[in-house]
Ligand binder design. Structure first.
Ligand code: SF4
Length: 317
């Protein structure tokens, strides 16, 4: 079942209206107090305002989950899709309406479990989408089931004795796909970094995959606590082609110069567990983009009719 939430700002054609971040929000987010989804929504609103994106020229597509409520709260076209299917919906939309800016919002269950096949193939197809994976390490909307990114040993309704398997690492998985063109990680509790990462993702031509570590005080209240309390456990990846958010120098002492074009180093860094790493792991703006490869030139109504009749003639008996 899908629903479309549409709302347009009252823009007058001849008058330029400067849209502030709050102009992009339709209503209060229905998330638990302290949920990291609020921070993600704030960063998205900032991005839309700084780029002055017009609500009628962009669309937000989601699957199912707490974070998938996103399209209801953003003043743009929205498509609250079905579980795990946000990426094929968004890819189809981008192919049909290439002039739209298309954003995708998924949770970890949505993207890395039921939607895993779509995730890997969308990465390889490299359509021009800005993709947000809000990773809270749990199924929250359905009230506490282990997801692929749940840490080993964490108890939930489905694994009351603790999750048996090591968690899936979405960065490693995405970086393993050929034609992956943009892979970054940020966190909801570092708003300046989150915003700068989204900006870089938006500017990238192709499939911009951003894993946002997202706090869920309801079901995984402890998974990011140490990193939130102690910035020394986090290392920022910095580079002139990376994320260089102002004001973070004093907070985060650990910094690593990493060229986002270096795929081998990106993969090596993604699999390390000694520190939390935030930044752009990989980026290459020259990779082939699916919606550009498949772009079709406009066809007139007469030409469409001619082609259809030709097809029908093939079945004439
Ligand atoms: Fe956020 Fe977790 Fe509450 Fe869902 S259950 S709204 S992810 S805090």
């Amino acid at each position: 079942m899908s629903s479309i939430a549409i709302s347009l700002l009252d823009l007058e054609a001849d008058n330029f209206v400067c849209l502030e971040p709050e102009d992009y929000q339709t209503r209060e987010g229905k998330w638990c107090a302290g949920c990291g989804d609020f921070g993600a929504l704030n960063a998205v609103k900032r991005l839309l305002s700084s780029e002055q994106l017009q609500p009628e020229k962009m669309a937000f597509v989601s699957g199912i989950g707490c974070s998938s409520r996103f399209p209801h709260y953003v003043n743009a076209y929205g498509f609250h899709g079905i579980h795990g299917r946000a990426l094929p919906i968004a890819t189809g939309l981008k192919l049909a309406r290439p002039e739209l800016d298309v954003f995708v919002v998924m949770g970890d269950g949505d993207c890395t479990s039921i939607g895993a096949g779509h995730w890997l193939h969308a990465t390889r197809y490299n359509p021009n989408l800005t993709v947000l994976l809000l990773d809270n390490n749990i199924y929250g909307l359905t009230k506490n089931q282990t997801s692929p990114t749940t840490p080993q040993g964490h108890t939930s309704n489905t694994t009351p004795r603790g999750s048996f398997l090591p968690a899936l690492n979405p960065l490693q998985a995405t970086l393993g796909v050929s034609n992956a063109s943009f892979v970054a990680q940020t966190a909801d509790w570092v708003p300046a970094h989150l915003y700068a990462t989204l900006q870089a993702a938006y500017e990238h031509p192709g499939f911009s995959f951003v894993r946002i570590l997202q706090r869920c005080p309801k079901f995984t209240p402890d998974v990011f606590t140490e990193q939130v309390k102690n910035p020394d456990l986090t290392e920022l990846l910095i580079h002139e082609d990376g994320v260089n958010a102002p004001g973070l120098d004093k907070l985060f002492k650990a910094r690593r110069e990493h060229d986002p074009k270096n795929l081998d180093e990106a993969r090596a860094l993604a699999q390390r567990t000694d520190m939390l790493r935030l930044g752009i792991f990989f980026r290459d703006d020259s990779f082939p983009v699916y919606d550009e490869i498949r772009a079709v030139s406009p066809v007139s109504a007469e030409e469409k009719t001619t082609r259809l009749e030709k097809e029908f003639d093939r079945y004439a008996v």
